[in-house]
Design a protein around this ligand. Structure first.
Ligand SMILES: N[C@@H](CCC(=O)N[C@@H](CS)C(=O)NCC(=O)O)C(=O)O
Length: 225
C-alpha cells in the first residue's frame, strides 16, 4: 500500500473521511487520533458494532469502518494504510524499510495479542461480564488475564524505555494504536498497579496522552479532566 494512489486521484484529498463506530472503541479512538495527527478532515458517525451500516462494510460487524468518496474499508490497519497513501504527510507509517517493518511488527502485536489480553479478556471482564455473574466483574476471566497482562506490560516497558516510542524516536501508528488500550486498562486495579510499576511505560503514556490528538479522540465519558 505504501506509495499507492487511489484511482480516483486528487478529488480524494478534498472528500471528508467518514468513520463509523462507537467513540469508546479503542480501534476507533486510534484511527481518530491518527486523523487528528495528520490533520485529515473526518466525521465520526457513532454506530455500534453490527449496526446495518457497519455490517454493510465490515462483514463481521466490527468497528471502525470507513467511507471516503467511493472507497469503503474496514479493519483499522487497512484504513490507516489507505489514508497514509492518500494523505502521506506527516508520515505515521515509516517509509524507511527497517522502521516500516518494525512498525508493522508492533501494530500486529498490539492488534492481536495485546488487544486480546488487555481489552477483550481483561477490561471487558469488568465492563461487560459474560455468563452468570449478574453484572459483577467476571473474576475468572480477569484473574486468568492478569498474569498475561503483567507479562505484556513488562514487554512494553522494555520496548519504550530507550526512546519513548515503540519504533525509532518519533510517533508512529504503532504508538497510536497502543495508547487507547493503555488508557482503558488503567481504569482497573490490576492493570493500573502493573503500569504504575513500569516507569518508562507510565512516562510514555502520560507524555503521549497529553497530545491534542489523543485528547480530541478521547470520548467525553473517558476523559480524565
Ligand atoms: N481487527 C479489527 C478489530 C476491531 C474490533 O475488534 N472492534 C471492536 C470494538 S473495539 C468490535 O467491533 N467488537 C464487536 C465484535 O467483535 O463483534 C480492527 O483492527 O479494526
Amino acid at each position: 500500500m505504501q506509495g499507492a494512489r487511489p484511482t480516483t486521484g486528487a478529488r480524494m484529498h478534498t472528500e471528508t473521511v467518514e468513520l463509523l463506530g462507537i467513540p469508546q472503541s479503542n480501534f476507533v479512538r486510534a484511527v481518530r487520533m491518527y486523523c487528528e495527527e495528520k490533520n485529515i478532515r473526518y466525521e465520526l458517525t457513532p454506530l455500534r458494532p453490527h449496526a446495518p451500516e457497519v455490517l454493510a462494510i465490515h462483514p463481521l460487524g466490527k468497528v471502525p469502518a470507513m467511507r471516503h468518496g467511493d472507497v469503503t474499508l474496514c479493519e483499522s490497519k487497512a484504513i490507516v494504510a489507505y489514508l497514509e497513501a492518500v494523505f502521506p504527510e506527516p508520515p505515521l507509517l515509516p517509509r524507511d524499510l527497517r522502521a516500516a517493518a518494525l512498525c508493522e511488527q508492533w501494530i500486529s502485536m498490539v492488534n492481536t495479542s495485546i488487544d486480546r489480553t488487555m481489552v477483550r479478556d481483561y477490561a471487558l471482564g469488568y465492563l461487560f461480564p459474560k455468563g452468570e455473574s449478574g453484572g459483577q466483574p467476571d473474576r475468572a476471566a480477569i484473574d486468568a488475564a492478569v498474569p498475561v497482562l503483567q507479562a505484556q506490560v513488562a514487554v512494553l516497558e522494555r520496548a519504550v524505555a530507550a526512546t519513548g516510542h515503540l519504533v525509532g524516536d518519533s510517533l508512529t501508528y504503532a504508538d497510536i494504536v497502543l495508547l487507547p488500550i493503555i488508557d482503558t486498562v488503567r481504569n482497573f486495579p490490576e492493570a493500573r498497579a502493573a503500569i504504575d510499576a513500569a516507569p518508562a511505560l507510565t512516562a510514555y503514556f502520560e507524555r503521549h496522552a497529553a497530545r491534542p490528538s489523543f485528547r480530541k479522540a478521547t470520548p467525553p465519558s473517558q476523559a480524565k479532566e
